[in-house]
Design a protein around this ligand. Structure first.
Ligand code: NAD
Length: 367
């Protein structure tokens, strides 16, 4: 079989380290990948004048499959998120984040296995924002007062717009149900705040209920208010199977669920559109660990497992996942975040954990 052409975006912060670890593990499976390296993020700002050169988007469009290390987004000011831009440009509307607890990992609860499906293109992440004191914000406030004279705002508010559409809601909920069917999941829970945001979240819930009807008898459907499910996930995560959420709640609950399965160092993910997919860990660029060989490469390596499955490399994916599971279960050659004591001197570095996973692969692991 010919090699799969895949774009690799190493990212910045800890991105290049965990990306290299993932690449070495993928190559050790024997799967044939023809890598196209595309640079994006804070480190290329100076060189290209933008954190997301057009060549990066073109590379992913051409190859249709990409794997990406995290990219830093400045807080409050500075350039807009490269991650959000990539998802929007490529219309990667579905973010799939499995949260599975592997044996050997310390956790609040045993045997967690749930999946988050996050809408990726709209909601408060649409990037439609107006600065406090700007003429545009003032004009918008004036228009809102004209349309709704009862609206109350303090002077000079900054405004973020939260668009939620029928199209966006329908395709993400359908994606969740179809994924549930393909992967043997039994229940989909739609998460919202429709009691307060009756228009936006109300539409999301209404559409979710409509879509769910087509799956009646095959997949159970229910809904939960977002604050309530946060508490329930901490206390009784086993009651959930697959969650489907608008963008912002999906972002927040992804980290909450990562906390249930050992932390951000473990949680993998994929951003999927029609005929194109970009795989990346849930975690960010953790700048304080940049270049220290400390970051846990597992989330990136499990994202690689998802990518191998997507490419049809099922045997390579299964073997790599088993190798990761073996190393996690032994708990020896793991990074600091997986040790009971974070200062445990036996913790290994990013490279050494990848070495251990590659060694387990070579032994034809049996877990
Ligand atoms: P973060 O996920 O980078 O890090 C939060 C903390 O989690 C870290 O300080 C560290 O303690 C832990 N952590 C994260 N990844 C780890 C790993 N692989 N191994 C061990 N510990 C790990 O979140 P943040 O600090 O909120 O964000 C840092 C930057 O990353 C920001 O600029 C943010 O915008 C960006 N970000 C990017 C992405 C992405 O590229 N998809 C996602 C989230 C955040």
């Amino acid at each position: 079989m010919s090699a799969h052409k895949v774009t690799m975006i190493p990212g910045d912060g800890i991105g290049p380290e965990v990306s290299l670890a993932a690449r070495r593990c993928i190559e050790a499976t024997g799967a044939r990948i023809d890598w196209e390296i595309a640079e994006a993020g804070a480190d290329v700002m100076e060189k290209y004048g933008t954190p997301l050169p057009d060549a990066v988007i073109e590379s992913v469009r051409r190859n249709k499959v990409a794997i990406k290390g995290p990219v830093t987004t400045p807080v409050g000011s500075g350039f807009r998120s490269v991650n959000v831009a990539l998802r929007k440009e490529l219309d990667l509307y579905a973010c799939l984040r499995p949260c599975k607890l592997y044996p050997g990992i310390r956790s609040l609860h045993p045997a967690i296995d749930l999946v988050i499906v996050r809408e990726n293109t709209e909601d408060l992440y649409a990037g439609i924002e107006f600065d406090s004191g700007s003429p545009a914000a003032a004009a918008l406030v004036a228009k809102i007062m004209e349309l709704d004279p009862k609206a109350r705002m303090h002077p000079d508010p900054a405004i973020s717009i939260k668009p939620i559409s029928r199209k966006g809601s329908e395709r993400i909920v359908r994606f969740a149900f179809e994924t549930a069917l393909k992967t043997g999941r039994k229940k989909v829970t739609a998460v919202h705040k429709a009691n307060i945001m009756k228009c936006t979240d109300g539409l999301f819930l209404k559409v979710a209920r409509e879509v769910a009807k087509a799956y009646e008898g095959r997949i159970v459907f229910e809904d939960r208010i977002v604050d309530n499910i946060c508490m329930q996930l901490v206390q009784r995560p086993h009651e959930y199977d697959m969650l489907v959420l608008p963008n912002l709640y999906g972002d927040i609950l992804s980290d909450l669920c990562a906390g249930l399965i050992g932390g951000l160092g473990i949680a993998p993910g994929a951003n999927i559109g029609d005929g194109v997919a970009l795989f990346e860990a849930t975690h960010g660029s953790a700048p304080k660990y940049k270049g220290l060989n400390r970051a846990n490469p597992t989330a990136m390596i499990l994202s690689s497992v998802m990518m191998l499955r997507y490419l049809g490399e099922t045997s390579a994916a299964d073997r790599l996942e088993k190798a990761v599971a073996k190393v996690l279960k032994e708990g020896k050659a793991v990074t600091y975040d997986l040790k009971a004591d974070r200062n445990d001197p036996t913790a290994v570095g990013t490279t050494q954990m990848a070495d251990a996973i590659i060694a387990a692969l070579g032994q034809g692991v049996h877990v």
